[in-house]
Design a protein around this ligand. Structure first.
Ligand SMILES: Cc1cc2nc3c(=O)[nH]c(=O)nc-3n(C[C@H](O)[C@H](O)[C@H](O)COP(=O)(O)OP(=O)(O)OC[C@H]3O[C@@H](n4cnc5c(N)ncnc54)[C@H](O)[C@@H]3O)c2cc1C
Length: 484
C-alpha cells in the first residue's frame, strides 16, 4: 500500500478550502492546506462577500441620512463621503473576521498550512516551493477571478474589478459598470448612494439574467429611481483612456452608437475559474471554460482529485463552496458516496431591497417545460414593511401541476433572511398547510411567507362549493351587507 505524506491536500484557502481543511482535520485526517496568496480567507473575505456587504451597509446608512425627512426627522446638510474612511471600516471588519481564518486556528485544529504556487506532477504529487508533496486525495479549491473581456483599447486603459473597488483612495465622481449581474448591481446601488454617478452597460435586455424578468426589472426601476443609469441591449465597441477620464463606445441593438465617459470603469462581467498553471494536465484532470469536469460526487476526471467552490463553475457563492466542501469530506474522508443536489439551492442579491431565490423561478420552470402556477403577495400589503418605510417588492411561489413547490422568489426588505424559512420548508418537504397554519409573530416581514400560502389555499377554502355546503349544514344566510 502506498504511503502518502497527507490523507488530503487542498489547493486554495478560501471558503471551500477552509471548510474542507477544518472538517478533514476534525475527523482526524492528516490535512494540508495550500494558498498562493500568503494569507487565508480567499475572495469572500478579502474581495467579495465581506467587503461588499460592509460597503452596502455604509451606503444604506448614508442613504437613510439623506432621506431622514421621509421618517419624520429634520433635514440636515449631509457632507460628502471620504472613501478612505469607508475603506478603513471595510478593512477593520475583515481584520475581525480574519482571525477565524488564521493559520494558528487551522494549526490548532490539526491542519498544516503552507503558502506558495502548487503544481501537479501526477495525480498524487504536487511540487510546492521546490519540494514534492504527496497526498492520497487532492482538492482543487482555487476559486475564480473576474473575467476580463477582449475589448479594443481595454489593455491600454485603467479599469477596476472587485479586487480594487473596496480599497479605492477616493470616491470616483463617475463610474461605468460593465455587466449587470449581482456584483455589478450591488456595487451600482452602493456607489450611487455614496454620490458616484453610475452608468451600467448590459448586453441583454434585462439585468440579473438569472432572475425572472419581472423581479429583475423591479430591482432596476428602483435603482434607476435612485439615479443609476442603464444602457440595456448595448455592447461595448471600444475603450479609450483620456487621462482623467475613460471613454467607452457602445453600440445598441438598434445600431445606434453612443460614447460615454466616466472617471472609473468597473468590470463585473462574470467569473473565470482559477485553473491555469496548476499542471492539471500532468494529473489527468480535465476542465473547460466553465470550470472543472466533475461528476455528482465532485470527483474530477481523476477519481482521487476533487473540486469544490467557484472552480466547479456551478453556483459561485460562499454557501455553495461550504456545501460542496461537505460533499468532498463525505466522499474523500468518510468514504460515504454523497452526491451534490442543487434542487433547493438558495441565493440572494444584496440590493436594497434584497432579491432572494430558492429552487426554480418562473422562467426556469417554463424552460424545463413544467406545468406550473404562480402565487404572489405584495409587500405593500405587509404592515411591517410599511412601518419600515419599505413597501417595494413581492413574493412569488411557484407550484408544479401536483401543487408541490418548485421554488420561491422574494424581492423585499431582508429577503435574504425571509428565504431561510423556505430553505427549511422545501428541503424538509414540509406541507404548505403546515406553513399556512403556523402562527407568525405580528408585525413581521416573514408574515408574507404565510400570506402567499394563504392566497393559494383561500381559493380552495372559500370556493362556491364549500360555501354552499356550509350554508346547507349550518343554515348560514350569506352576505349581511352590500349588493346581493
Ligand atoms: C464582489 C463579490 C461579492 C460577493 N458576495 C457574495 C455574497 O454576498 N454571498 C455569497 O455567497 N457569495 C458572494 N460572492 C462569491 C464568493 O466570494 C465566492 O463564491 C467564494 O469566495 C468562492 O469560494 P472558493 O473557495 O471557491 O474561492 P475563494 O474564496 O476565492 O478561494 C480561493 C483561494 O484559492 C487561492 N488560490 C488561487 N489559485 C491558487 C493556486 N494556484 N494555488 C493555491 N492557491 C490558490 C486564492 O488565493 C484563494 O485564497 C461574492 C463575490 C464577489 C466577487
Amino acid at each position: 500500500m502506498s504511503v502518502y505524506d497527507y490523507d488530503i491536500g487542498i489547493l486554495g484557502g478560501g471558503s471551500a478550502g477552509l471548510t474542507i481543511a477544518s472538517g478533514a482535520a476534525r475527523f482526524g485526517a492528516k490535512a494540508l492546506l495550500i494558498d498562493k496568496e500568503g494569507r487565508l480567507g480567499g475572495d469572500c473575505l478579502h474581495y467579495g462577500c465581506v467587503p461588499s456587504k460592509t460597503l452596502i451597509k455604509t451606503a444604506h446608512v448614508y442613504h437613510l441620512m439623506k432621506n431622514a425627512s421621509q421618517f419624520g426627522l429634520p433635514r440636515h446638510e449631509i457632507k460628502s463621503v471620504d472613501f478612505s474612511d469607508i475603506s478603513d471600516r471595510i478593512k477593520s471588519v475583515i481584520a475581525t473576521i480574519e482571525k477565524h481564518d488564521s493559520v494558528e486556528r487551522f494549526c490548532g485544529l490539526g491542519a498544516k498550512v503552507e503558502f506558495g504556487n502548487a503544481v501537479f506532477k501526477d495525480e498524487h504529487t504536487i511540487s510546492l516551493n521546490g519540494k514534492g508533496i504527496t497526498a492520497k486525495n487532492w482538492v482543487i479549491a482555487t476559486g475564480s477571478s473576474p473575467a476580463i473581456p477582449k475589448i479594443e483599447g481595454l489593455q491600454q486603459t485603467p479599469f477596476i474589478t472587485n479586487r480594487d473597488i473596496f480599497y479605492l483612495d477616493h470616491l470616483p465622481k463617475s463610474m461605468i459598470v460593465l455587466g449587470a449581474g449581482p456584483v455589478s448591481t450591488e456595487m451600482a446601488q452602493a456607489f450611487c448612494r455614496l454620490g458616484t454617478k453610475v452608468t451600467v452597460i448590459q448586453r441583454s435586455g434585462h439585468i440579473l439574467v438569472r432572475e425572472d424578468k419581472d423581479m429583475a426589472d423591479a430591482v432596476m426601476q428602483n435603482l434607476a429611481s435612485e439615479g443609476v443609469e442603464y444602457c440595456l441591449n448595448a455592447s461595448v465597441l471600444s475603450v479609450r483612456d483620456l487621462g482623467s477620464e475613460r471613454e467607452i463606445a457602445v453600440k445598441f441593438k438598434d445600431g445606434k452608437i453612443e460614447t460615454l465617459r466616466a472617471e472609473t470603469v468597473l468590470i463585473a462581467l462574470g467569473r473565470e475559474a482559477n485553473l491555469s498553471g496548476l499542471g492539471l494536465e500532468n494529473a489527468g484532470v480535465e476542465y473547460d471554460g466553465k470550470g472543472l469536469r466533475l461528476d455528482n460526487r465532485l470527483r474530477t476526471t481523476q477519481k482521487r482529485i476533487f473540486g469544490a467552490g467557484d472552480v466547479t463553475g456551478a453556483y459561485q457563492f460562499t454557501h455553495a463552496a461550504g456545501y460542496e466542501g461537505g460533499v468532498v469530506i463525505a466522499n474523500a474522508i468518510l468514504h460515504l458516496p454523497r452526491k451534490v443536489d442543487y434542487t433547493f439551492f438558495p441565493w440572494c442579491t444584496y440590493t436594497d431591497p434584497e432579491l432572494a431565490n430558492i429552487g426554480m423561478n418562473e422562467s426556469a420552470a417554463r424552460e424545463a417545460g413544467l406545468k406550473h402556477a404562480v402565487w404572489t403577495e405584495e409587500f405593500r400589503m405587509n404592515d411591517r414593511g410599511l412601518t419600515e418605510g419599505e413597501g417595494l417588492g413581492r413574493i412569488k411561489l411557484i407550484l408544479d401541476e401536483k401543487e408541490k413547490p418548485l421554488g420561491v422568489q422574494i424581492l423585499g426588505l431582508h429577503a435574504g433572511e425571509l428565504i431561510s424559512e423556505w430553505v427549511a420548508v422545501l428541503n424538509g418537504r414540509v406541507k404548505l398547510s403546515a406553513l399556512a397554519g403556523a402562527v407568525h409573530p405580528y408585525p413581521t416581514l416573514a408574515e408574507i411567507n404565510k400570506r402567499v400560502v394563504g392566497n393559494y389555499f383561500s381559493g380552495k377554502i372559500f370556493s362556491e362549493k364549500v360555501k354552499k355546503t356550509l350554508k346547507f349544514f349550518f343554515s348560514l344566510r350569506g352576505r349581511a351587507c352590500g349588493i346581493e
